[in-house]
Write a protein that binds this ligand. Structure first.
Ligand code: NAD
Length: 486
């Protein structure tokens, strides 16, 4: 039986006059019918969130809010199998990834921020002016207010809770819009929120599309105080325009065109396995995935052959099949975009070392959105395949000759989210890492993150940092109190 995903507004699950289909990327079958929120419902959600700010939520201490967040995490853990099933149905990801990373990490976000807030000190200064007047200054950290949380489809629960958890722990209320492609895990989160007894209006959920729809109505809404967004850079630009007149704070985690650099002193096997993981994890649909690889000429041929071999190990198939390593892309529409880049690469003389095809299964998966893991060589650095974020299971590999040259090439990008350096030289690692224009640089690893560390990008890859205290820095506004002491 197909599911129905409803809005959750002011503590009530709400139907809609308009519904849209949530389709499986594995075979195109209907997963769920989703209630598209109307503009009136968006108004109601924002109004409920505003009322809740000054209601019981506003009077809870951080420790009381933390207790509720832990209770929520407990409930999510009890319903973990349902979260796994919902997320797999929406995304087609491999079962191990969803079970071991995406869902546990989503739950962990609530526990992490619940614990963090208890140990955050306030600031205070005793001062004396040149004329001798003494004063005490201290800060009071206040919530921003109503925060619109707009999330993408690639890591639906993990990325939305990465924003919802710190927003709530800081005393904000939220109106959440998940991606239209992946409404399932947020619908379940709303149920858990309801079950553990959050005050009405603290967490509101509205489903729908972006432009001229729920996303845009929310970001343009005068009752929204701040927008936290993860998604494409051009959507970030549209949201920035929407909030410009209100001069509202934004936190943007946007696209990437991430480089990997394999130096002549790299451990070749480790680099090949690491770059393969960085290119093909989640079918290349992680903002941190590597799409550009620069390899020292002395290793180039061996690296390309090794990467092609590793790519063949990324068995494409159904999420629940035990040999599946890589699922489909999120949708047929996104697959067509990825295939468009592959066609362009082919037309412009690229060499396809492996992949580049849609696999033929001879069953219902042929109605899905699969593409084989793909390794390409032979394109210039300024080719669109090397400049634009593709967000699919492909990477382009090019040779380089010296360190200064490769740093310049890695940095020659409109994006600056992440990069990976592969070298066995400690000196080189420390010399090169700070010179890479990216919010995050890995050395001999990829996708290794701690929730305390700042996360975000430079250039088109975003504005601001989230993670640990950096998240608290965005979701709270310090207000200074100054008391004359004489
Ligand atoms: P997207 O920008 O198309 O959509 C993201 C969300 O924004 C969706 O909920 C969508 O409905 C909404 N939206 C679209 N247009 C809108 C508008 N005009 N106003 C308000 N909301 C609008 O992104 P996507 O395709 O869902 O996700 C993939 C993108 O996300 C990639 O570019 C990827 O790099 C990026 N991403 C970045 C990070 C990061 O941390 N930097 C993490 C994950 C994904």
């Amino acid at each position: 039986m197909n599911r129905r995903y409803l809005a959750y507004i002011d503590g009530q699950f709400r139907e809609s006059d308009q519904w849209f289909d949530d389709l499986s990327p594995v075979n195109g079958e209907l997963v769920a019918r989703v209630a598209r929120a109307s503009q009136d419902q968006v108004d109601e959600a924002v109004g409920a969130a505003r009322r809740a700010l000054s209601g019981p939520w506003g009077s809870l201490s951080p420790a009381q809010r933390a207790a509720l967040l832990h209770k929520l995490a407990d409930r999510m853990a009890e319903r973990e199998a349902e979260f796994v099933a919902a997320e797999i149905a929406d995304t087609g990801k491999s079962m191990p990834q969803v079970r071991t990373i995406d869902i546990p990490r989503g739950t962990a976000n609530f526990r992490f921020f619940a614990d963090l807030i208890k140990n955050v000190p306030s600031e205070a200064w005793h001062t004396t002016t040149p004329t001798g007047q003494k004063a005490l200054h201290y800060t009071v950290d206040k919530p921003l207010g109503v925060v619109a949380v707009i999330a993408p489809w690639n890591l639906p629960l993990l990325l939305a809770t990465w924003k919802i958890a710190p927003a709530l722990i800081c005393g904000n209320t939220v109106v959440v819009k998940p991606s239209e492609e992946t409404p399932g895990s947020m619908a379940l989160l709303a149920e858990c929120i309801d079950e553990v007894g959050f005050p009405p209006g603290v967490f509101n959920l509205v489903h729908g599309f972006g432009p001229d729809c729920v996303g845009q109505w929310l970001t343009e809404h005068p009752g929204v105080d701040a927008v936290t967004f993860t998604g494409e850079s051009k959507t970030g630009g549209a949201i920035m325009k929407a909030v410009a007149d209100g001069v509202k704070p934004v936190s943007f985690e946007l696209g990437g065109k991430n480089a990997a650099v394999v130096f002549e002193d790299a451990d070749l096997d480790k680099a090949i396995a690491g770059v393969a993981r960085a290119a093909f994890t989640n079918c290349g649909q992680v903002c941190l995935c590597t799409e550009r690889v620069y390899v020292h000429r002395s290793l180039y041929e061996r690296f390309v052959a090794g990467l092609a071999e590793a790519a063949k190990g990324y068995v494409v198939g159904r999420p629940e099949d035990t040999d599946t390593v890589m699922g489909p892309l999120i949708s047929r529409q996104h697959r067509d975009k990825v295939l468009g880049y592959l066609e362009r690469a082919r037309a412009d003389g690229a060499t396809f070392v492996t992949g580049g095809e849609v696999p033929q299964f001879g069953d219902d998966r042929d109605q899905g959105a699969f593409v084989l893991p793909t390794v390409i060589t032979g394109l210039a650095d300024d080719h669109p395949v090397n400049r634009e974020e593709i967000f699919g299971p492909l990477c382009h590999v090019a040779p380089f000759d010296d360190e200064a040259e490769v740093i310049a090439r890695a940095n020659d990008s409109d994006y600056g989210l992440a990069a990976a350096i592969w070298t066995e030289s400690l000196t080189r690692a420390h010399r090169v890492a700070p010179r890479i224009e990216a919010g995050l640089v890995w050395v001999n690893t990829w996708y290794l993150r701690d929730l305390n560390t700042p996360f975000g990008g430079v250039k088109l890859s975003g504005i601001g940092r989230e993670g640990g205290l950096h998240s608290l820095g965005f979701y709270r506004e310090p207000s200074t109190v100054c008391i004359a002491l004489d």
